[in-house]
Design a protein around this ligand. Structure first.
Ligand SMILES: *Cc1c(COP(=O)(O)O)cnc(C)c1O
Length: 366
């Protein structure tokens, strides 16, 4: 894991954001890169906010000594609101139930909660529908007047920002401006209005408002092929996934390889065993397709990816046990990228890096 790359990406994103502040999204263990080290690197490079999905992720940042602003947005009834308030974590409310629980917790604690009200501007996932927004805003204003909360943010999230030009983008921005205007009419004065994920940070200055919330791009990956490739966007992938060959052996023609014998050797050949499998996040869907750099060339997974290992066919080439097999990295040493694996597995690079399992040791540099 290249923390210098994370720092450089944050600086690049600050350039895209111009005046807007940057919230580094470090949910899901920093998209598999290590939430704490990446958060630290992001802070060093000027991220004034950190973003997490779950409260536990936010508390882990506090426990590691982070004292800056943190927003945590994925809550369920009975969640640890009091702890979040006590630990100075900004919380999000997408509906009346959440605001009610926040206000109760803040009253009991005798300390105001910092709340971001989330509007559903069209994503259809979390967030408050326009029909319910005036009531949520009015209740928040009343709680603010009482001193139980301070509305620090009004925010929303895109559905299709990774498809530049998609008609939903403009519609969501219009809905967001209306939601902000409604909140202001009700007397709320949020510190930050925010709507932009990575693709919007990279392609849509109109969506930057006061704060942008990039996730995947801080780890150096492009959000989608439509948005561009990492290098052209000025981003550098931070994660390299590598294993040491566990065995190299000669086999005769027609030899079946791995479970189900979906691959058979075409002739006399050399097989190399890569000791990493789907339990480590290598997608089983990439069986017979995933690219791996071994002995100076791209090889393809031969047969099925198993739980702990897979095989590549080196053809006429040779290698030795202990030689490196690089599944993906920044790409500049000739290795495939997470985007290449996403294509091979029919998924997105987000899933490739996020699913790398806990059994894989993380090594940090920078
Ligand atoms: C994950 C997430 C982000 C970051 O999205 P990227 O596409 O990775 O930049 C931003 N905001 C919210 C609400 C998210 O859930």
């Amino acid at each position: 894991m290249d923390l210098d790359a994370v720092r450089a990406n944050i600086r690049t994103l600050r350039g895209y954001a111009r005046g807007a502040e940057v919230m580094a999204v470090v949910k899901a263990d920093g998209y598999g890169h290590g939430g704490l080290p990446c958060a630290r690197a992001a802070r060093e490079a000027g991220a004034s906010w950190l973003g997490t999905a779950t409260p536990e992720e936010a508390f882990a940042l506090r426990a590691a000594g982070d004292t800056g602003r943190i927003l945590c947005w994925l809550w369920t009834p009975g969640g640890p609101w009091a702890r979040a308030i006590a630990e100075d974590v900004d919380v999000s409310a997408s509906g009346h139930w959440a605001l009610t629980e926040i206000v109760e917790a803040a009253r009991a604690l005798g300390r105001p909660a910092r709340v971001h009200l989330k509007a559903d501007t069209g994503l259809g996932r979390n967030g408050c529908q326009p029909a319910d927004w005036p009531e949520l805003v009015a209740a928040a204003r009343a709680a603010e007047a009482e001193g139980a909360i301070r509305v620090t943010g009004v925010w929303s999230h895109f559905a299709c920002a990774d498809e530049p030009g998609h008609p939903s983008i403009a519609a969501q921005l219009t809905a967001f401006r209306a939601a902000v205007a409604e909140a202001e009419r009700a007397g709320l004065t949020p510190e930050v209005r925010h709507h932009a994920n990575s693709p919007a940070t990279l392609t849509l200055p109109d969506a930057h408002f006061d704060l942008v919330r990039p996730g995947i791009s801080i780890y150096g990956l492009a959000p989608s092929p439509e948005v561009g490739v990492a290098a052209d966007l000025g981003l550098r992938p931070a994660m390299t996934l590598r294993a040491s060959l566990a065995l190299v052996k000669r086999v005769p023609p027609g030899h079946g390889v791995s479970y189900g014998h979906h691959y058979r050797t075409a002739g006399d050949t050399t097989l190399a065993l890569v000791p990493i499998g789907y339990a480590d996040g290598v997608p089983r869907h990439a069986s017979d397709r995933g690219p791996v750099l071994v002995a100076g060339a791209w090889r393809t997974v031969a047969g099925r990816v198993a739980m702990d290992q897979f095989v590549v066919d080196l053809g006429g080439d040779t290698a030795s046990a202990g030689d490196p097999a690089t599944l993906f990295g920044p790409g500049d040493a000739g290795e495939p990228t997470a985007e290449d694996w996403a294509r091979a597995a029919g998924t997105i690079a987000y899933e490739i890096v996020t699913r790398v399992g806990g059994r894989v040791p993380r090594v940090y540099r920078g």
